[in-house]
Design a protein around this ligand. Structure first.
Ligand code: SF4
Length: 240
């Protein structure tokens, strides 16, 4: 989440004030990326809500199916992965064998002061995350996310570490791994409790502040890129 967005200067906004949830929904890692990719696309999908993304392209459908298969297996709904995903059995079994309090698709959120709030509390929540697989053991949380794309560095797990620290006061460190399914490889991260405020202010507050500034000024510029081909805003002049 390092790309800079050009926004016009706006009045300083009080970050601690409750946001108008209709204008600035809580930030997740994916919606932050969406805003940074193209503020206009973000506006149409998340604020105006006059466009929906049905995620119907083949890569998205495959991603949905494999997440559901892993979710069902980890919850004990199924005893094995379907044949289509047998190649991920070793990974799924390794996850299931982890010791500790285990959670699948764990939904969590924090407010502007990094206190835990209900995931669905759109007014107070600033950041929210759904962790694919979370294990709490002693003073350590392990969070694992199944990734379907190309291997790349990401601050995704830093964002989800914020509500983990908030929700579990005994957790002093979060060890995270992105598992890149198609490459059978992990990218690992580790965060300490005392690092959380700095992570928030450095990595994510600039993004949510830029979203709020856009909402205050009504300036949601189009930002054309190669991704316009997959954009659900079909009436945009850059859509191809
Ligand atoms: S087509 Fe491109 S420029 Fe237009 S809204 Fe979509 S991503 Fe933005």
């Amino acid at each position: 989440m390092s790309r800079q967005i050009e926004t016009p200067p706006a009045e300083a906004v009080d970050y601690q004030e409750p946001f108008d949830a209709d204008k600035v929904p809580p930030l997740s890692f994916s919606t932050g990326n969406l805003f940074q990719q193209c503020p206009h696309q973000y506006y149409r999908l998340k604020v105006a809500k006059d466009v929906k993304d049905d995620f119907s392209h083949p890569a998205a459908l495959w991603g949905k199916r494999v997440h559901k298969a892993l979710e069902d297996f980890l919850l004990g709904v199924t005893k094995e992965l379907p044949d289509e995903f047998k190649q991920f059995s070793h990974y799924a079994h390794r996850l299931k064998q982890m010791e500790g309090d285990r959670f699948v698709e764990r939904k969590m959120a924090v407010d502007a002061s990094l206190k835990p709030v209900d995931f669905f509390d759109n007014r107070r929540a600033r950041y929210r995350a759904i962790v694919d697989y979370l294990v709490i053991k002693g003073d350590t949380a392990y969070q694992i996310d199944h990734k379907t794309g190309k291997v790349k560095p990401s601050d995704q797990l830093a964002m989800s570490a914020l509500p983990i620290f908030a929700k579990y006061p005994r957790v002093q460190q979060v060890k995270g791994a992105l598992y890149w399914l198609k490459h059978d490889t992990y990218t690992k991260y580790e965060y300490k409790r005392e690092e959380a405020p700095a992570m928030e202010s450095k990595l994510f507050r600039p993004v949510i502040t830029a979203v709020r500034n856009a909402a205050e000024t009504g300036y949601w510029p189009r930002q054309p890129s190669a991704l316009c081909a997959y954009c659900p805003v079909k009436d945009c002049e850059y859509h191809r």
